[in-house]
Design a protein around this ligand. Structure first.
Ligand SMILES: C[S@@+](CC[C@H](N)C(=O)[O-])C[C@H]1O[C@@H](n2cnc3c(N)ncnc32)[C@H](O)[C@@H]1O
Length: 327
């Protein structure tokens, strides 16, 4: 078994704005609230991995937990402590600032909740510490929230990506910015909150890439590249990216998804750009490949490819671009 690597805290997670953004995302936070209310039994002990502002810990306490261990790596842990006290839950929620990989708890827990999701699930790169917590602290038969997470892809038209790429073409300011164009089409494009794809932006049938079961997946599987090749049935129109999203079953019957057409979330839209827009032949089959590789120290590297109508493959690789820069 590979040894889990301790990651340094990500500075952006110490900022209030990051946590305001996640709390303001009612689609996300309400889904976790419903899941906690369904899963937590009176008297349960809950572990919140990566507690941030402590919002999920507070909801777990309100759902009836006897104790909640809120483990958070960054200094935002102080806010979690203050919010627990302000809500009269300071006796139930114990905030521990530290890396969950190193933290010791006094007991096993009944439920582990963690919002470890990136734009298409595992790309946040936070699954490994959650699994370490599972293996150390979840009692046999205990509950993991989320329970199942699938990654999805489809051909899409992403107008915001199109604008970004157009701004680099045709010698803006009289300068050749082609190198940045090439880097942009080799990097996963995260729109951030406030932008989303609608159903009408889909340019193919969606296909499931892989499913993660946090109760069952081994650390070896989680640290290995996740890879899938899918066949997408094209719709009429022009595509400029592969859309990437997740659908999660938080607990039985409580779902959360950021698919095109779903209510917008703070994840916004995540797309894997194509080099040039592609006019599609409706009903034709387009093969696509996506690989997501856990990165050291933080996050994941994604590579993707698409079979073009003439039969050649267009390939994109984030890590190759950064290797070039780091060398
Ligand atoms: C996506 S945020 C979720 C915050 C909060 N649970 C919520 O739902 O609003 C993930 C949090 O996990 C924390 N985190 C990531 N890896 C961690 C680790 N190994 N140990 C403890 N905290 C970690 C980050 O600092 C961040 O605050």
């Amino acid at each position: 078994m590979r040894t889990p690597v301790k990651n340094p805290p990500v500075p952006v997670y110490a900022e209030f704005e990051t946590h305001r953004t996640m709390i303001r995302d009612r689609v996300r936070t309400e889904a976790f609230r419903r899941a906690l209310e369904a899963a937590v039994q009176p008297g349960d002990v809950v572990l919140d991995v990566g507690a941030g502002s402590g919002i999920l810990s507070l909801l777990a306490a309100r759902a009836g937990a006897a104790r909640v261990y809120a483990v958070e790596q960054t200094s935002i842990a102080r806010l979690a402590e203050d919010l627990a006290a302000a809500n009269g839950l300071g006796e139930i929620v114990e905030v521990i600032q530290g890396d969950i990989i190193e933290v010791d708890l006094p007991e096993q827990v009944d439920v582990i909740v963690s919002e470890w999701l990136g734009g298409f699930g595992i790309d946040e790169g936070m699954l490994v510490p959650v699994l370490v917590a599972r293996d150390r602290w979840l009692r046999p038969g205990g509950i993991m929230i989320p329970a199942l997470v699938s990654a999805w892809t489809a051909l899409v038209w992403d107008a915001y990506l199109c604008e970004s790429l157009e701004s680099l073409r045709g010698r803006p300011y009289g300068l050749d910015l082609g190198d940045l164009y090439e880097k942009t089409v080799n990097e996963i494009f995260y729109s951030g909150p406030g932008r989303h794809l609608s159903e009408s932006d889909l340019r193919s049938t969606p296909a499931e890439l892989w499913v993660t079961n946090p109760a069952r997946i081994s650390l070896d599987e989680a640290t290995a590249p996740h890879s899938a090749e899918v066949r997408l049935t094209a719709r009429a129109g022009v595509a400029n990216a592969l859309g990437l999203w997740f659908s999660a079953e938080l607990v039985d019957g409580t779902t959360l998804s950021n698919a095109p057409g779903d209510p917008p979330t703070h994840w916004g839209m995540t797309t894997a750009p194509l080099r040039e827009s592609l006019r599609l032949d409706p009903g034709s089959i387009v093969r696509a490949r996506v690989t997501s590789t856990p990165a050291r120290q933080i996050g994941t590297w994604t590579s993707w490819g698409l079979e073009l109508p003439e039969g050649t493959w267009e390939e994109h690789d984030e890590q190759a671009v950064w290797r070039e820069i780091d060398d």
